[in-house]
Design a protein around this ligand. Structure first.
Ligand code: SAM
Length: 338
């Protein structure tokens, strides 16, 4: 450690003898800290006393002084204690806790989730369009239907490359619960024509304007397009029994209800548009077991998907707690028959 200069040594003795000004004390502090020389707590105590004499209401200084006294094992005067408490309360009231929580959320990332989930989610990234929050909701929903022994198969409408159902399959294989059938409904030819007025995204963009340039037919496009062969190959990598994988190709408006299972434990709707979501709710929600889980991927993102769900809920006076997974995804447990 570097040694003090003669002048600094004199400044220290003036500080400890109570003969220093605040300016001198701070200059000494800055000089030593700047050269990486530790500034002992006993010296800091004196500098802080000079600061407090100058401005007795500086909350951060009072708190530091209290901390230093406590670290030195010295009693904290009652006046300092009460002013520190008042400052802490004021600064807590003055904090934007919602902004702080949003920052904590970002800083935390996925570190509050199970490591098996994090590993799985990382592997699924190229195969799904959903967010980590929606992947996690699905992960927990699968654990839930298994733990609660909810009868029925697992259905996803709108699978793209199959990532969400791959996550389901991987988890079930890991849990050694592979008796349910998994149903994957899709055109396997991309998104079909959206409704010109109903299918609008959260920012007001009409889906039709995004769909037209990618159109390949009235019921197909290059938007969210993955072939059945590709999705089947992806699903087979999970090790789930192939005989329990059902790939149903075509518009859900044509394939549902005929090709859908009679009882569903977990229903994930992700076909984006009003018409298909309405059709799925109408025909599949009644097949969802009591205490089964419903996940709507696009409730926040696309107005049509939201409208289809809201209409169905209102028409059937359904008690449905649509929990917000993230800005778009919603999840509910079915507690009453439609
Ligand atoms: C956003 S993607 C699905 C994303 C997927 N769930 C994931 O985890 O990444 C929407 C899918 O819905 C399919 N789709 C949309 N409307 C459909 C309809 N009426 N019938 C069948 N499939 C449809 C599209 O082909 C596309 O694969």
């Amino acid at each position: 450690m570097e040694k003090l200069t003669k002048e600094e040594a004199e400044q220290v003795s003036r500080l400890l003898g109570g003969r220093s000004t605040l300016g001198e004390g701070l200059q000494l502090y800055n000089a030593l800290i700047g050269r990486g020389i530790a500034f002992p707590l006993e010296w800091e105590e004196k500098v802080l006393e000079l600061c407090i004499a100058e401005d007795p209401e500086r909350g951060d200084i009072l708190q530091r002084y209290r901390h230093v006294l406590m670290s030195l094992g010295k009693p904290v005067p009652a006046g300092i204690e009460s002013r520190c408490a008042a400052f802490a309360k004021k600064s807590e009231y003055g904090t934007d806790h919602q902004q702080a929580a949003a920052q904590y959320h970002q800083r935390t990332g996925l570190s509050d989730t199970e490591s098996e989930f994090r590993e799985l989610a990382e592997r699924m990234r190229p195969f799904t369009m959903t967010s980590f929050e929606r992947m996690y909701a699905l992960f927990k929903a699968v654990e839930f239907i298994e733990a609660a022994k909810i009868s029925g198969d697992i259905v996803e409408c709108g699978v793209w490359r199959g990532g969400s159902m791959m996550l389901v399959a991987h988890l079930l294989v890991k849990l050694r619960r592979t008796s349910r059938s998994l149903y994957l409904f899709d055109t396997y030819e991309g998104l079909p024509r959206p409704d010109e007025s109903k299918d609008v995204d959260i920012w007001g963009n009409r889906a039709i304007d995004g769909w037209r340039p990618r159109r390949t037919g009235d019921e197909s496009s290059y938007w969210a397009n993955a072939s059945l062969d590709e999705v089947r190959a992806n699903m087979l990598t999970t090790g789930y029994p192939p005989e329990r994988l059902h790939f149903v190709k075509g518009m859900v408006e044509d394939t549902i209800p005929e090709s859908a299972p009679g009882q569903i434990a977990l229903l994930r709707l992700d076909t984006d548009w009003y018409e298909s979501t309405r059709h799925e709710m109408q025909h599949l929600f009644p097949r969802l077991s009591l205490n089964g889980v419903l996940i709507i991927d696009d409730y926040g993102h696309f107005a049509g998907a939201r409208r289809a769900v809201d209409e169905y809920v209102a028409e059937h006076a359904l008690p449905l707690l649509l929990h917000r997974i993230d800005y778009s995804g919603r999840m509910a447990i079915k507690i009453a028959r439609a």
